[in-house]
Design a protein around this ligand. Structure first.
Ligand SMILES: [Zn+2]
Length: 321
C-alpha cells in the first residue's frame, strides 16, 4: 500500500472514530436524561439560545451585541444547571462531554498546520508495519558472512558487506539530506544486495518516508501499461514517490521502445525532481552499459550524484543453507 493510500485509509478511520465517539456521547446523554428528564429540556433550551444569538448577531440590530451577551450569560447558567443535575443524578460532571483520544485535533487528524502529531505518529507506525516483513538492519548477522579475503579486493567479504551496511545506515540517518540521489548495489547473486535494499526500504518507511519498492520485472509491467495507455498510475507513482527501490535490475525483458526508454525517463525525471532511487543488480557496470546503452549507464554511474556499492565474495545462500 502506498503512503497516500495509507493516508486515505487512516483519514477514513478517523472519521469512523469521530462518528463512534459521537454515538457514545449520545448514549451517555440519553443515560443521564433517563434519570433526570429535565436535562433534555435544558439541552434544547441551550440549543435554541445559541441559534437565537447567532440570528441576532447576523441581523446587526443596534442591540445585537447586548442581546448576544445576555444570551451567553444565560447559556452559561443553563450549562451550570445541567452539570449540577448530572452530578445529582449520580454521574461525573463531564459525563456528557465528547471524549477525544487527542484533544489537540479533537480526533480530526488535522490541525491548522496540517496533519496532527497523533495522525503522523499513527501513519508512520502503519507504514513501518507494512514493511515489517522485510529484512531489517537489526536482523543483519555479520557472523553469517565469511571473514576471508576476497580475491582482487583489499578486504574480507565480511568487511565489505559490513562497509556497505554502514554506508546505507548512515544514508538512512541523513535522508533526505543526502547528496547521492542514485544508489546502485551491484555484484553477483547471493551476496546480500536484496537484503540490504530491503533494510533501507524498511528503515525509511519507519522514518515516515514515502517509499515504494518494486522488482525490475514489476517496473517493466508498469512501464508497459503506461506505454500501452492502459493504466499509468503505477508508473506515475514510480516517477513521483520520494524514495524508489528497484530490485533485480537487468532480469526484466528488453522490450523495444519500452524498457530502455522508460528507464531513462524514470531516471531523468526522478533526478530532476531530486528524488532518490536505489537499484540492486547482478550486472556489472559494463554489462549495464551494454544492455541499456551509454545514456542510462552514465546516469546510473554518475559520480557526482550517485554512489555505487560493489558486493563481493561467495554466495551466502550456499554457505548458510
Ligand atoms: Zn491529534
Amino acid at each position: 500500500m502506498t503512503r497516500s493510500e495509507m493516508v486515505e485509509q487512516l483519514k477514513n478511520e478517523y472519521r469512523r472514530r469521530r462518528a463512534q465517539a459521537e454515538r457514545e456521547q449520545d448514549a451517555r446523554v440519553a443515560e443521564v436524561e433517563s434519570v433526570d428528564p429535565q436535562v433534555h429540556a435544558l439541552w434544547q433550551k441551550q440549543a435554541r439560545l445559541l441559534s437565537d444569538a447567532v440570528r441576532a448577531m447576523a441581523a446587526r440590530t443596534p442591540d445585537a451585541q447586548e442581546k448576544a451577551t445576555r444570551m451567553r450569560e444565560e447559556g452559561r447558567q443553563i450549562l451550570r444547571e445541567i452539570r449540577e443535575r448530572t452530578v445529582r443524578a449520580g454521574f461525573p460532571e463531564d459525563y456528557m462531554q465528547m471524549r477525544y483520544r487527542c484533544p489537540k485535533c479533537r480526533d480530526k487528524g488535522v490541525v491548522e498546520s496540517g496533519f496532527c502529531e497523533c495522525f503522523r505518529r499513527e501513519l508512520n507506525e502503519r507504514m513501518g508495519s507494512a514493511y515489517r516483513a522485510l529484512d531489517s538492519f537489526e536482523s543483519f548477522r555479520e557472523d553469517f558472512v565469511p571473514d576471508v579475503p576476497v580475491e582482487g579486493a583489499q578486504c574480507t567479504q565480511r568487511q565489505a558487506l559490513c562497509g556497505a551496511r554502514d554506508y546505507l545506515l548512515r544514508y538512512c540517518a541523513k535522508y533526505p539530506d543526502v547528496d547521492k540521489r542514485v544508489l546502485v548495489l551491484y555484484g553477483e547473486a547471493g551476496l546480500g544486495k536484496t537484503f540490504l535494499l530491503n533494510c533501507v526500504v524498511r528503515r525509511l518507511a519507519e522514518q515516515g518516508v514515502d517509499v515504494m519498492n518494486v522488482t525490475a520485472y514489476k517496473m517493466l509491467d508498469a512501464m508497459r501499461n503506461k506505454y500501452l495507455g492502459e493504466d499509468g498510475a503505477e508508473f506515475d507513482r514510480m516517477l513521483s514517490c520520494a524514495f524508489l527501490a528497484v530490485d533485480d535490475l537487468g532480469v526484466e525483458p528488453m522490450m523495444r521502445n519500452i524498457t530502455a526508454e522508460s528507464l531513462f525517463m524514470l531516471l531523468n525525471e526522478r533526478m530532476n525532481a531530486r528524488l532518490c532511487t536505489i537499484f540492486a543488480t547482478n550486472l556489472t557496470p559494463a554489462q549495464l552499459k551494454e544492455r541499456y546503452g551509454e545514456r542510462i549507464a552514465s546516469r546510473l554511474f554518475d559520480r557526482e550524484n550517485g554512489a555505487f556499492l560493489r558486493f563481493v565474495g561467495k554466495d551466502l545462500r550456499a554457505q548458510n543453507g
